[in-house]
Write a protein that binds this ligand. Sequence first.
Ligand SMILES: Cc1cc2nc3c(=O)[nH]c(=O)nc-3n(C[C@H](O)[C@H](O)[C@H](O)COP(=O)(O)O)c2cc1C
Length: 346
Amino acid sequence: MNTFSPPHPAHENPELKTEGLFAKARNPFWLAPMAGITDVCFRQLMDEMSAGVLISELVSAKGLFYNSEKTQKMMRIHADSKSIVGIQLFGESAEDIVRASEFVESTGADFIDINLGCPVKKVVKKGCGAALLRDPAYLEKFLSTVKKGIRLPLTVKMRTGWNEEELTVHECVKAAYNSGCEWVAIHGRTRAQGYDGKANWDLMAEVKEEAKIPIIGNGDIRSAEQAKKRLKESKVDAVMIGRGALRNPGIFNECIGLSNDSSCLKIIHRYRNSLNEHYDTRFSLILLRKFSAWLAFGNKGAAKFRKSMFECVTTAEVMERVEEFFQNEQPLRFDDNEEFMMGGHG
Ligand SMILES: Cc1cc2nc3c(=O)[nH]c(=O)nc-3n(C[C@H](O)[C@H](O)[C@H](O)COP(=O)(O)O)c2cc1C
């Protein structure tokens, strides 16, 4: 059990809820949802490495009605999770999300998170993801209908607005509060920005000052030191870390002051075991190759290693090359200006 106390716990602010979902977070350093990455195996790994809250990748509410096996696999939740786990949904209508919530409940999830940040054309064209930020009044109706229709607690993850001219984050946070959401996570970029430029932490701090609901800050945190600094300076209630956890899966342990003695080799072995528990051989191979290539990114010879991963046809072959590549690894950290995974669904 971690005894870490955040520098700015929500309960220090009398206007914030001291009970409810936020109070169940293990610590204020949370794993951000990432499509193709935060599946059951990666979440299990991050649970073992002290991430305060875990969220699945975005799942289409409609996709669930078709009972797609792949979608259901994405939503699976590992047994005995120490951290609370949410399933992130996106959908064209509040009714779709309410209907999908039955499936979410059956996974044992602790909450439902709505994606209001996805910038991808295919998603916003249907009025989902970041498109919902364009009309805060409609957003409030949308979230209120969802809230009334579901039994699980509701949270949202948004961007700061559609673009610099439509910076609707203040109004959208109010809409989330009025409709009974438990917290708002903010990726501090507009939809138009994609992954360019830097996340606007000044704006997130400003939102936090006004908000009557816990605010979770997100964007560009690449080390434990930065995570703690952002938390302290912006006074947000928690921070979410996405890409930084791919480069350094031990980041959450570091954030709460535990030693990060997990080498890439150890982590890949642990991940491989989890894959074997949850997926068939073919799917395990695909994910193992991808995961190993990410961890190699930035190391000398990574491009060659990555290429070699996709030539492997068995997990044994992958592990052989992994052992060879990582045997003399040195801890690698992000360079602040390095571009790493400049695209995603939120
Ligand atoms: C590959 C990738 C996939 C992503 N998928 C999702 C997603 O499914 N849902 C979501 O809300 N955000 C998604 N995001 C956005 C992240 O949650 C996060 O907001 C963003 O990466 C900024 O945080 P970071 O700098 O810590 O990575 C994704 C990001 C990446 C890089």
